[in-house]
Write a protein that binds this ligand. Sequence first.
Ligand code: SF4
Ligand code: SF4
Length: 467
Amino acid sequence: MNDKIPLQEWAPAEVEELDLYEKREKIYTRKIEGFFQKIRQYSGWPLLLGYFVLPWLQWDDRQAVLFDLPARKFYIFGLTIWPQDLSILALLLIIAAFGLFLVTTVAGRVWCGYTCPQTVWTAIFMWIEQKVEGTRNQRIKLDKQEWSLQKLAKKSAKHGMWLWVAFSTGFTFVGYFTPVYELGWQVYSFSMPLTPLSWVVFFTLATYINAGWMREQVCRHMCPYARFQSVMFDPETLIVSYNPNRGEPRGSRKKGTQPSDLGACVDCQLCVQVCPTGIDIRDGLQYECIACALCIDACDSIMEKMNYPKGLISYTTENAIKTNTVEHGVKLLRPKVLVYSTVLCVMASVFAWRVFSIESLELNVLRDRQAVNAAVAPGMVENRYTLKIVNKNDESKLISLSLDAPEALQLVGAKQIELQPAEVVSFPVRVQAPIEQVTGLVLPIVFVISDGNRQYTHESRFIRSER
Ligand code: SF4
Ligand code: SF4
């Protein structure tokens, strides 16, 4: 009996290869003018100007805004923030975060659409692209063309200008952390040390790649804000939205006509062509939408040409869409708005109090535990201390030192010290007393320093210990 199992030819089943990453399709945006585009320009220019000019400003013979990391001191105009005052910066970050939460709750992603550096720099890079390579159709045509001298010249000019803007951005950014005039001279004389050079190169490349090549990919895949902003949204938050009740069914038609079986959308695709993230707002609210409102400008221009009322795409709210209310106002009395506003006010008050209470001198006292009664005359008791005095001023200070203690306790040694601007000194001092005049084992004492205008104190203890 043949009990062998017949072997069959085995062939692997055909496996369809799946690409886990969607291929990026280049977005060719169309230029559009309009009300919201003007707001973007008017809000973007002052911010850009501020960014590029701020590090070059001087204040009291030094850079007005300088985050001097090696010296661990931050200069912001007249304010010098020392490491011990870093809570001020932490407060500033908390205020910025809650400010962003509040603005997002009320007005949606206006930060993304109007002021985010990624949006602003991408807009600059797009503007250069349009100036060099032409309109949307010309750019599409150019990219499809075979390489020629003309194409090479245009591409080189565009990338050259992009790199120049990217370098200016990277250089300016590093100029907030390194004295910018020195940095400028180092660039001019090709003598920049390796550390600042690597940072300038890093930020230049980051700007060039993010604003020139990645663009909407940063907003879609890299920015965490796009992902968690929904937590701040509520049904009264402003969003950019298409009104399907008015627009559908969409369809083309002759100018000025309104067929009875069609809505207001003429299906011209202009709202899609101007969108920097390449989405169709008619598909509903999408996380890729950065609320730049360019589609509103585009659609309004079409509505105007068709003699239809504007606002087919508009800033609206989820509640207004649900109730089909065209006229809607911004409702501010909402729980989230009230909570964020309250936290913001509290934080701003704490911040103001911290800024105004920054001391220009700082005194710390450390008692030397090992040196009680070391090498003093018989019948005397001595304690030693180290005074750490910080001069946070930009000018030198003559400091006088005194002791607020029972009469028998005396300071021994120098009682004046000159501190250079921004100097930190450790100053050893001795306190002595005849032992029979010291009543008690531990006496509270207070060290006092004065710059002639104000006194600064620090409490310590005097320990009586018989030898
Ligand atoms: S859908 Fe409109 S608002 Fe949103 S990103 Fe595109 S153009 Fe800007
Ligand atoms: S721009 Fe306006 S009319 Fe044109 S497709 Fe978009 S929504 Fe429709």
